[in-house]
Design a protein around this ligand. Structure first.
Ligand code: FE2
Length: 271
């Protein structure tokens, strides 16, 4: 199962039966196998909040979130050119991890569409399990560079150094990345950025959410972004940690085509 083939089976009907059973079954399986699931049937803010609480019992507050924990993502007409606020404009957003300023970015993101706008506004999804596999095959040295503890600096004055690719003690992996003006990369990483961006492009899926549709993403595996848009587009976003029923282990399983050579080089980088 891959995100590159987001089809009709991607969306799970929410509210048609036992939502708790859905969390146990289809949504948990989809998140574990491909890092994302779609929901359909979230028609109101109350619907979105109820789904968010079932999937993520404790929502994580964000700089822009409302008291109920949800963040309204729309073009405010005031934020487009402020670093770190591009989500509140109407421009394209390059694929990124949510919350890279924090040492522990939230594990899950729920993005629910209430209004889809006039044109554009496609949601961009990138499965980094596939990115890691392809990069390890084509440029294993890139994986090594991206694993360095100081591979990237995310954020402004209060930002932090971080690896882009991280191999956990369990041999599972985690990614964190942003590609806007609040990301800087080490000299060792910079030669590999074109290759990384090319692999990301090849593993990008896009879908245009309709009102009532939502995606739930594993933020430690799947990057998200959007294309530019016109009109009154309004999404609601929730961030948090997964409920136990989703059975998400930390990180994601290594891709099958991860070469042993990349693993060896990566091991050298970790020492
Ligand atoms: Fe985002």
């Amino acid at each position: 199962m891959s995100l590159s083939s987001v089809g009709a089976d991607f969306f799970v009907p929410w509210g048609a039966g036992s939502n708790a059973a859905l969390v146990d079954a289809r949504i948990g399986v989809a998140l574990r196998e491909r890092g994302a699931a779609g929901l359909v049937g979230l028609r109101s803010r109350a619907d979105v909040l109820a789904a968010a609480h079932l999937l993520m019992p404790a929502l994580r507050a964000h700089r822009d979130s409302d008291p109920d924990g949800l963040t309204v993502i729309r073009d405010t007409g005031q934020h487009a050119h402020r670093p770190g606020f591009a989500g509140l404009g109407h421009g394209a957003l390059l694929a990124h991890t949510e919350g890279t300023q924090a040492p522990d970015p939230p594990r899950l993101i729920l993005l629910a569409c209430l209004h889809c706008g006039q044109a554009g506004g496609a949601t961009v999804l990138v499965d980094d399990r596939a990115v890691l596999g392809e990069l390890a095959s084509l440029q294993p040295a890139a994986v090594t560079a991206l694993m360095a503890p100081r591979a990237a600096y995310f954020g402004g004055a209060a930002g932090r150094l971080a690896p882009v690719l991280e191999r956990l003690p369990t041999e599972r992996w985690r990614i964190q990345l942003r590609q806007d003006g609040l990301a800087k990369f080490s000299p060792a990483v910079q030669p590999y950025l074109p290759a990384l961006r090319a692999v990301i492009r090849r593993n990008t899926a896009t879908l245009r959410l309709e009102p009532g549709q939502a995606v739930i993403l594993d933020n430690h595996r799947v990057l998200h972004g959007r294309s530019s848009f016109t009109g009154d587009r309004l999404l609601l976003r929730a961030l948090g940690e997964p409920c136990p029923a989703l059975q998400l282990e930390a990180g994601f399983a290594p891709p099958p085509d991860l070469l042993s050579s990349a693993g060896s080089e990566a091991e050298a980088a970790r020492l």
